[in-house]
Design a protein around this ligand. Structure first.
Ligand SMILES: C[S@@+](CC[C@H](N)C(=O)[O-])C[C@H]1O[C@@H](n2cnc3c(N)ncnc32)[C@H](O)[C@@H]1O
Length: 126
């Protein structure tokens, strides 16, 4: 792994993270997802960004909640490979960091952001 390799593309980290998520008993499923979804406004007919989308769980949920479109963005090719296994015509994915992302003005209505800063050296602590 080089300094430029996204952390979630490190094989050991990726495997351990997937094991934790597959157990289904992590903080993500128990606390984060329900809390985030309660905080979001209605997404029907909105163009939504899921920044740090990981395996696309939240992006898919946004699509089922009637978003018009969902853009999932994540720098990890491994995480996006998992996300892309679930075909959904409303969801597309881009491999990029938040810092690299460049979008046309007014191309989104809402951004959903869950935990990308936990491992990004350039994100300030929240
Ligand atoms: C803890 S995971 C959370 C994934 C997803 N948001 C979820 O809740 O299941 C953090 C994700 O943020 C991504 N990430 C890390 N640094 C990032 C950055 N600078 N910009 C965007 N995403 C980033 C990682 O690749 C990883 O997939």
């Amino acid at each position: 792994m080089t300094a430029d390799t996204p952390l979630y593309d490190d094989p050991a980290f990726f495997t351990a993270y997937q094991r934790m998520r597959a157990a289904g008993s992590g903080l993500n499923e128990e606390l984060e997802q329900p809390a985030l979804r309660r905080l979001l406004p209605a997404v029907a007919d909105l163009d939504v960004l899921d920044l740090g989308c990981g395996d696309g769980t939240q992006a898919r949920w946004l699509a089922t909640a009637a978003a018009r479109s969902v853009l999932g963005v994540d720098p990890s090719a491994r995480m996006l490979e998992l996300a892309r296994r679930h075909k959904n015509p409303l969801v597309r994915y881009v491999c990029a960091t938040a810092e690299e992302l460049s979008l046309p003005d007014a191309s989104l209505d809402l951004a959903s952001v869950a935990w990308p800063c936990t491992t990004s050296p350039t994100c300030p602590p929240s």
